[in-house]
Ligand binder design. Structure first.
Ligand code: SAM
Length: 466
C-alpha cells in the first residue's frame, strides 16, 4: 500500500523498532467482523445458522471474525437484523463502556451506528439511547440501522454536540465519543481515509475533538462514565487529547481489562508526561487481528456538578399525547394482529406526530427535546390512514414472530429475496396483516388478501432487481 510520506516519517520517529511491523500490517488484508444482535438471539445461536465460518473475537462475546471473501450483507439474516457488520477492534469501545439495562446512554458521534447498535443491544430495551450524528446524510443511515436492529428505545438526533447541552445537561450515565479522526487505522479498509490524510487534517481533527469532549463533559452526570475512542494512531488525537482533557476537567482515567488486548497508551507520547495515560488502550494492527483503536475510559468526579439555569421558552413539542379516541384504530390493529400482552408494553407512552404514532422511551421530557433536529423519537409504531392503522417496518423489526397472530415464516432464501425486492408472495391464506419472516425472524409486514401477500417492505430499503 502506498502510504503518505509525512505519515511514514512521523510513525518511524514515534515507533522506532516497531515501525517495520506497522508498515507490514498495511499490506495484510483488512479484518472483517460481525456482531450478534443480542436483542434477537444469542451469539452461539447465530453461529449455528450462518452459512459462513466464524471465529471468536476475544474481547467481545457477541463478535466474530469472518473470512475476507464473505459478503455478510448478502444474506436474509442481515436484513432480519440478526447481526451488524463491524470491524473487530471497533467492538472494544462499547465493551469498555459496559451499558446496563435502564441506563441513559449517549453516543455523540454515532453514524453509521456500530457503537449505537451495540449499546442498544446491551440496554435490552430498557433505559434510553440517544444516538447523535452531525452529518445529515449519515444520520439517516444511522437511523435506518437502528431500525433494522429492532431498537425501540432510541432517539436519533442530527445536531452539533453543543446543541444537545440545553436539552440533556448532566443527564447521561454513560457517554461514548467515538470521535471524527484522521483515520490512520482505516487505511486498509477505506481508500478515502488514505486519500484525505494530511498533517493538517490531524490538526483539524484535534480542534473538533476538543469541542466534542467539552460538550460530552456537560452532558454527563457527576460520577458518570465517558469513553473516548478513535481509529487513528496519532498521539495528538489520543494520548495528548486525553492528557489535556483531564488537566482541564474533573476526571480520572479508569483501568480497563479486555481479553486479548495488552497494548496501552504511551506516556512517552504525551506532552506533560501524564502517567495515568498508561490506563488507556492503544490497539495496534500489528499486535491484534484488527484495524486498530485507541480507547480511554474516564470517570467524572461525583462532585463535579455545574449549576445551569434552564433557558426559558423552549418551543412546544410537535408530538402530543394520544387520546383514547385517537387510538381506536391502533387498538383494533393490536387486538386483531398481535398477542394480547402487546398493548400494555407502550400503553402510557403513546404520542402522535401528525398521523404517525410513536412509543416514546420512558422518562423523556418532550419539551426539552423540541428544539432539536430529531430523526427518530423512540419507536415508530405506524401510521393512521382513513379508518385504519398501518403498522410500520420499525414495529415489525422489534417483534418476535410469536407476538404476531398471522405469520408467514419463509424457509427458502429465494422467497426471502422475493419479499426483500418488494414482490408479492403467492401464499396468503388468512386475510389481514402478516408478519413476514425468514427462519423465525421478522423481515417486515405484508398484507394478505385473495391468496396473495402484498408487500409492505419499505420502498427505500428494497433490494434492486437485477
Ligand atoms: C468515527 S465516526 C463514528 C463511527 C460510529 N461511532 C460507529 O461506530 O459506527 C465519527 C462520526 O463523527 C461525525 N462528526 C464529524 N464532525 C463532527 C463534529 N464536529 N461533532 C460531532 N460529530 C462529528 C462524523 O460525521 C462521523 O459520522
Amino acid at each position: 500500500m502506498e502510504l503518505p510520506e509525512a505519515f511514514k516519517e512521523k510513525m518511524k520517529n514515534l515507533m522506532g523498532s516497531a515501525y517495520e511491523s506497522l508498515l507490514d500490517s498495511y499490506d495484510q488484508p483488512e479484518s472483517k467482523g460481525i456482531r450478534t444482535n443480542t436483542l434477537k438471539l444469542k451469539p452461539a445461536e447465530l453461529v449455528k445458522i450462518l452459512p459462513f465460518k466464524t471465529q471468536d473475537v476475544k474481547w467481545c462475546e457477541a463478535g466474530f471474525y469472518i473470512d475476507h471473501e464473505v459478503r455478510p450483507g448478502k444474506n436474509p439474516y442481515y436484513y432480519a437484523g440478526l447481526y451488524y457488520v463491524q470491524e473487530p477492534t471497533a467492538m472494544a469501545t462499547v465493551e469498555v463502556l459496559d451499558p446496563q439495562p435502564g441506563e441513559w446512554v449517549l453516543d455523540l458521534c454515532a453514524a453509521p451506528g456500530g457503537k449505537s447498535t451495540q449499546i442498544g443491544a446491551k440496554l435490552q430495551g430498557q433505559g434510553i439511547l440517544v444516538a447523535n450524528e452531525l452529518v445529515n446524510s449519515r444520520a439517516g443511515i444511522l437511523s435506518s440501522n437502528i431500525e433494522r436492529m429492532g431498537i425501540a428505545n432510541a432517539i436519533v438526533t442530527n445536531e452539533f454536540p453543543e446543541r444537545l447541552v440545553d436539552s440533556f445537561h448532566e443527564s447521561f450515565d454513560k457517554i461514548v465519543v467515538d470521535a471524527p479522526c484522521s483515520g490512520e487505522g482505516m487505511f486498509r479498509k477505506d481508500p478515502g481515509a488514505l486519500a484525505d490524510w494530511s498533517l493538517e487534517r490531524v490538526d483539524r481533527c484535534v480542534g473538533k475533538q476538543e469541542k466534542i469532549l467539552e460538550s460530552a463533559h456537560r452532558l454527563l452526570k457527576p460520577g458518570g462514565v465517558l469513553v473516548y475512542s478513535t481509529c487513528t494512531f496519532s498521539p495528538e488525537e489520543n494520548e495528548q487529547m486525553i492528557e489535556s482533557f483531564i488537566a482541564k476537567y474533573p476526571y480520572t482515567l479508569a483501568d480497563m481489562k479486555l481479553s486479548g488486548i495488552t497494548d496501552h497508551g504511551r506516556v512517552e507520547w504525551t506532552r506533560q508526561n501524564e502517567k495515568a495515560i498508561e490506563k488507556s488502550l492503544r490497539i495496534m494492527p500489528m499486535n491484534v487481528n484488527g484495524e486498530g483503536h485507541f480507547i480511554a475510559k474516564l470517570i467524572k468526579s461525583e462532585t463535579a456538578s455545574e449549576l445551569r439555569t434552564a433557558k426559558p421558552g423552549y418551543p412546544k413539542s410537535r408530538l402530543k399525547k394520544a387520546s383514547q379516541t385517537e387510538l381506536i384504530d391502533y387498538q383494533n390493529f393490536v387486538k386483531n394482529n398481535l398477542e394480547p400482552g402487546f398493548y400494555k408494553k407502550f400503553e402510557n407512552r403513546l404520542y402522535l406526530l401528525g398521523e404517525h404514532l410513536y412509543a416514546l422511551p420512558e422518562g423523556i421530557d418532550l419539551e426539552k427535546i423540541a428544539n432539536l433536529k430529531l430523526l427518530r423519537t423512540g419507536l415508530h409504531l405506524g401510521t393512521f390512514k382513513k379508518n385504519r392503522f398501518e403498522p410500520s417496518y420499525a414495529l415489525a423489526m422489534t417483534l418476535a414472530l410469536a407476538e404476531a397472530k398471522n405469520v408467514c415464516d419463509l424457509k427458502d432464501e429465494a422467497q426471502a429475496y422475493q419479499y426483500l425486492k418488494g414482490e408479492a408472495l403467492n401464499m396468503g391464506t388468512q386475510k389481514g396483516w402478516i408478519l413476514v419472516g425468514f427462519n423465525g425472524f421478522p423481515l417486515g409486514f405484508g398484507k394478505a388478501s385473495e391468496g396473495l401477500i402484498k408487500n409492505h417492505y419499505p420502498k427505500g430499503l428494497r433490494i434492486r432487481k437485477k
